[in-house]
Design a binder for this molecule. Structure first.
Ligand code: AMP
Length: 143
């Protein structure tokens, strides 16, 4: 299964943010959208960073509540690992495992076209395991 087939099921919507927004605004957006990360883009919608709930927790632990008025740009991860629609879900799982992150934006021809979270990957794997079990059950029943 490819990233494209997951996006066909969940859609290509991505909640983005601007590096000039504050950490307080990042928290509000994450809570409001019930998501774990915001992809940061510039005015041309190029991906320039990512900030996740894990970054917010780190900043609060290291700096404290005073950092709520800092810009997202000063605490986001600037080197973002992305995938393409044609990549396989296994490849994305490998990226997440190797990089120890749970979000991978999808970029095709320089355009942000979706995001895959670890939740999407787990959902895909569960459906796949269920399909395999079903296949085995019908094999045994007809053997
Ligand atoms: P997460 O597990 O997605 O909450 O992110 C854990 C850490 O990895 C945070 O510091 C994020 O900013 C960073 N991160 C999340 N996704 C990516 C990504 N696709 N590429 C690089 N860093 C990421």
């Amino acid at each position: 299964m490819t990233v494209k087939s997951i996006l066909n099921l969940k859609g290509g919507g991505v909640t983005t943010g601007d590096p000039s927004m504050t950490i307080a605004q990042v928290c509000a957006r994450l809570a409001e959208q019930k998501i774990g990360a915001l992809v940061m883009t510039d005015e041309s919608r190029n991906v320039v960073g990512i900030i996740s709930e894990r970054d917010v927790v780190r900043v609060m632990a290291q700096v404290g509540a005073g950092a709520l008025s800092d810009t997202a740009g000063s605490h986001m991860t600037k080197t973002v690992i992305t995938c393409r629609k044609r990549d396989t879900v296994d490849e994305v799982m490998e990226m997440m495992t190797r990089g120890r992150f749970r979000h991978v934006p999808v970029v095709d021809d320089g355009e942000l076209v979706g995001i895959i979270s670890i939740g999407d990957v787990v959902k895909y794997r569960m459906a796949e395991v269920e399909r395999e079990a079903q296949h085995l059950r019908s094999y045994i029943a007809t053997a």
